[in-house]
Design a protein around this ligand. Sequence first.
Ligand SMILES: CC[C@H](C(=O)O)C(=O)SCCNC(=O)CCNC(=O)[C@H](O)C(C)(C)COP(=O)(O)OP(=O)(O)OC[C@H]1O[C@@H](n2cnc3c(N)ncnc32)[C@H](O)[C@@H]1OP(=O)(O)O
Ligand SMILES: [Co+2]
Length: 133
Amino acid sequence: MKKIEHIGIAVNSIETSNSLFEKLLGTPCYKEEEVASEGVKTSFFMTGPNKIELLEATKEDSPIAKFLAKKGEGIHHIAFEVEDIVAEIARLKEEGFTIINEIPKKGADNKLVAFVHPKTTNGVLIELCQEIV
Ligand SMILES: CC[C@H](C(=O)O)C(=O)SCCNC(=O)CCNC(=O)[C@H](O)C(C)(C)COP(=O)(O)OP(=O)(O)OC[C@H]1O[C@@H](n2cnc3c(N)ncnc32)[C@H](O)[C@@H]1OP(=O)(O)O
Ligand SMILES: [Co+2]
């Protein structure tokens, strides 16, 4: 793992939360993107070197919809930048972690992504992100 790539925050409404985070961070959202395969729309903020990702569910069976129904708005996942996502998945499996999607999938912000099950990470959903070059 190289560095934290972003913190994912589940919100009920991107529109409402964009203006809240613009006030909080003192910077506007720099990008909005829908990832239909995940049933989410996202918006991104940069605060210095750190990235915040807001996530709103776009369909009932989205992981974000389920999370919001169960836990309400709040931190959803921590994403780490990795050099080689396939090698990282193999390493984590070897270490006994449960990878939710063993085949990397297209995420937001031009990344290949995979997720590590929170049941094997002390309750924190972990996302692996590799830049698509
Ligand atoms: C890809 C676009 C964008 C990007 O950065 O590129 C994203 O980040 S998309 C983010 C949304 N997509 C995902 O989260 C995909 C991975 N997540 C999943 O596959 C599911 O959410 C999963 C498997 C983590 C949970 O799904 P499940 O159907 O099993 O839901 P349950 O409510 O039954 O959860 C089981 C168990 O896990 C706990 N849980 C669920 N979500 C989280 C979470 N975000 N953080 C911590 N724990 C979580 C949940 O509370 C249940 O625990 P229990 O003790 O049984 O209550
Ligand atoms: Co994410």
